[in-house]
Design a protein around this ligand. Sequence first.
Ligand SMILES: Cc1cc2nc3c(=O)[nH]c(=O)nc-3n(C[C@H](O)[C@H](O)[C@H](O)COP(=O)(O)OP(=O)(O)OC[C@H]3O[C@@H](n4cnc5c(N)ncnc54)[C@H](O)[C@@H]3O)c2cc1C
Length: 357
Amino acid sequence: MAGAATAYFLARRGRRHIRLLEKEKIAGTQSTGRNAAILRTMIPAPLLNRIACTSARFYLDPPAGFSTEPLVEKVGVYLAAGPNHAATLRSWCEANPENGQAPVDPSVMYGRIPILAPGLTHVTHKADDGVLDVHAILQGFLRGASRNGAELLLGREFLGLRVADGRLAGVETSEGFLEADKVVVANGGWAAAADTFGPYALPFAPYRRHLMVTSPLPEVDPHWPVVWIVGEEFYFRPESGGLLLCGCDAVKVAPEQGEVSDPAELEKTAVKAARWLPGLADARIARSWAGMRTFVPDDLFVIGADPRLEGLFWVAGLGGHGITCAPVIGRLAAEWIAEGGSAHPAAPALAPARLLG
Ligand SMILES: Cc1cc2nc3c(=O)[nH]c(=O)nc-3n(C[C@H](O)[C@H](O)[C@H](O)COP(=O)(O)OP(=O)(O)OC[C@H]3O[C@@H](n4cnc5c(N)ncnc54)[C@H](O)[C@@H]3O)c2cc1C
């Protein structure tokens, strides 16, 4: 998603000769094809919260020709906490007053989702949040980029940077050398592959997270909102007639292990589901999978120029918000690449320079 969004905004600025290298035969099969597709703008960190809110406006009212499909199913998101975690939810709302969370009486949420276990005493709601059409978003960025001349090279693996006499010359790929005076690293969990980047490696760390989907359930209304239980690290939303469930596991892994499911983590999610959705304890799990959320130590995105090598840019470390925030991520990255910097207020805090001693 990061590469597609960056190419889209670069191409719209009139930049030519953009080539998007993707090692897979199909775009969007890694984290972008393995996430929960939730538009939850209430990110606790205010900087990212504002980026999420701006990005949501793009999705709710995309540019003409971006997609024929609506990009957001506005089912709404409930954030709910019991007494033990009410202070956390309150602190998120106080830190982000412009986010637009509406406090609601818990009975409203329980009225909509009667199978939810009691005990959630503090609830907020945002009606415009909901479920993203990730495929339509990715295709919108890719189509817009290629319409403006960008080229998507599928099945072409980036193997490393070629630097000659201290200057960036291009990239080594699985099908030979490509000359380039600017290289943008937007490779998700593989940003942590230190061997690939040698002296230019940054402290990225992928964390694996699992999702599971139940078989269709008569109790589930497909128009239910997303419910996020704060502090208990459990969320769910309707999917394919059943429920998509997440226990918010986060185990640090090497990128090549990021999509390998761990039955023990799936079992932990099942235990949380039984706690919060007790009526569904016997529901069959139709499918499950794992994917990577990639972070740097301060948990903020990494967008911008690498001051160690002219022409090298990063758009990575998007954690658990890379789909929600892609419109601003792509725009900010394109400003860096085209202008050498960005006037966006978040730009300095997200720039790679902060990670260098
Ligand atoms: C379980 C889970 C749930 C999530 N839920 C949400 C959510 O609800 N909402 C949300 O906003 N975000 C969510 N996320 C986070 C979101 O999925 C990521 O932030 C986002 O997909 C990151 O996009 P990306 O483009 O950086 O990475 P990716 O989608 O992984 O893209 C990187 C691409 O680079 C390619 N690549 C890697 N190495 C090379 C190479 N050497 N040469 C060529 N190509 C290469 C890969 O094949 C891949 O296609 C979730 C993540 C997970 C794992």
